[in-house]
Design a protein around this ligand. Structure first.
Ligand code: G3P
Ligand code: MG
Length: 232
């Protein structure tokens, strides 16, 4: 089972910062997950539409200019990174799961990816683009059918993984509180991987491994690798 560092190594370092991402790269993880919003014409890596929880600022992200946002402290003196900085840092060393949060991120992401492929040599095969907003995923798919898509859900849908198949997704990315064996089996029958967020306990990680889940998102990626090795 793959271990994906959730918001970087966010259990020990400030989430979605370059520090947390660098520490995740040092840890034995298979991939790193980040969250994306747009501020002006730049894609920035932050989880909430309000800066208050994760920075020393207050208020809605939409009230900040890019310059103001980048001056905030996101923890340990780190600033909110741009997607470009993250792509430079990760440098194709592992899989990068980019979760589109803002409804206005998809077109800009496609433009930026094209530049990053040319200028940074980003390998699109190492990206998984996910979102709870499946309209954004459809738009990405229309323009870049080569990209892997992760169809996020926070529910147990009546028709299980059918919606993810309809999107042409690579994986269904599920909440740990709603996953069950029927969903895993339905996804696998459809050729989809099953990734589960956010799994921070050894018992839950081992249960999900037993269930045949393909990847877990964890705030403690190095610890999770240890749990899984000890459980085998
Ligand atoms: O992509 C998995 C997980 O990050 C989805 O939920 O709220 O942590 O972004 P959230
Ligand atoms: Mg996320």
């Amino acid at each position: 089972m793959k271990v994906i560092a959730h918001r970087g190594y966010s259990g020990h370092y400030p989430e979605n910062t370059l520090l947390a991402i660098a520490k995740a790269l040092d840890a034995d993880c298979d991939g790193i997950e980040i969250d994306l919003y747009r501020v002006e014409d730049t894609l920035v890596v932050i989880h909430d539409s309000d800066v208050s929880r994760t920075t020393n600022g207050n208020g809605l992200l939409s009230q900040f200019s890019l310059q103001q946002l980048l001056q905030l402290d996101a923890g340990n003196g780190e600033s909110v990174p741009t997607l470009w900085q993250v792509l430079q840092l990760v440098n194709n060393q592992c899989l990068l799961n980019i979760e589109l949060k803002g409804a206005d991120t998809a077109e800009l992401f496609l433009q930026e990816l094209a530049h990053a492929e040319q200028q940074l040599g980003v390998n699109p095969g190492l990206l998984l683009i996910s979102s709870f907003n499946h309209h954004l995923l459809r738009l990405i798919q229309q323009h870049r059918p080569d990209l892997k898509l992760g169809a996020l859900t926070a529910s147990l849908p009546l028709d299980y993984a059918a919606f993810a198949s309809a999107l042409g997704a690579y994986s269904i990315n599920c909440d740990k509180d709603f996953i069950n064996e029927a969903l895993v089996q339905d996804a696998h029958r459809r050729g989809l991987e099953v990734w589960v967020y956010t799994v921070n306990s050894v018992q839950r990680a081992l249960q999900l491994q037993q269930m045949g889940v393909d990847a877990i998102f964890c705030n403690y990626p190095a610890e999770a690798r240890g749990w899984l090795q000890a459980g085998n």
